[in-house]
Design a binder for this molecule. Structure first.
Ligand SMILES: [Zn+2]
Ligand SMILES: [Zn+2]
Length: 174
């Protein structure tokens, strides 16, 4: 009795398998299959799929990070400035500034990036938010302005994930 439906992995001709790539329909073994949200794919198809999601150019890393650093620098100075006046009330205000500024920074960054995207780029832009706030945070620490420091930290805790989720297209459920 021979089974005509027996197929072998495209990469490992000795391995019998019933698994097929959902995109190109090639038979593949379990070690060649990559699990994705839409089903099992072969490694080539996963790579091809990632390419369409990864459209960032080298200069996007400079402009994207540059924009977030500059905007975060301005925002953190603002937070520090306000914080030195209103002290304790800064805690409430910083969260609002964080989410407002995070949205604004993300929108401007998206415009600069012109819809080009990659995971590394999102991380670089989020890192830019943190880097931009460092000068103000260090200055506030050195001058002993604790309310200012906490204000900047609250701003960062809110703004950084806001920027990351907005530019990467992840919808935060609130
Ligand atoms: Zn495939
Ligand atoms: Zn294989």
């Amino acid at each position: 009795m021979t089974d005509s439906t027996v197929t072998y992995c495209y990469a490992h001709p000795t391995r019998e398998t019933s698994l097929r790539c959902k995109r190109c329909e090639r038979p593949m073994c379990a070690s060649c299959a990559v699990r994705t949200p839409t089903g099992y794919l072969c490694k080539e198809c996963v790579r091809a799929q990632q390419k369409t999601f990864d459209t960032a150019e080298w200069y996007d890393y400079l402009t994207g990070t540059g924009v977030t650093i500059v905007l975060s620098l301005i925002t953190s100075i603002l937070v520090a400035f306000i914080g030195s006046f209103i002290g304790f009330f800064m805690f409430f205000l910083a969260a609002g500034i964080g989410s407002g500024a995070g949205t604004l920074i993300a929108n401007l960054t998206l415009r600069v990036l012109n819809k080009r995207r990659s995971r590394a780029l999102f991380v670089a832009c989020a890192a830019g938010v943190v880097l931009g706030a460092l000068p103000a945070a260090i200055l506030l620490l050195l001058t002993g302005n604790i309310y200012g420091v906490i204000g900047v930290v609250i701003y960062l805790v809110i703004a950084t994930p806001t920027v990351y989720s907005r530019i990467s297209g992840i919808q935060l459920t609130r």
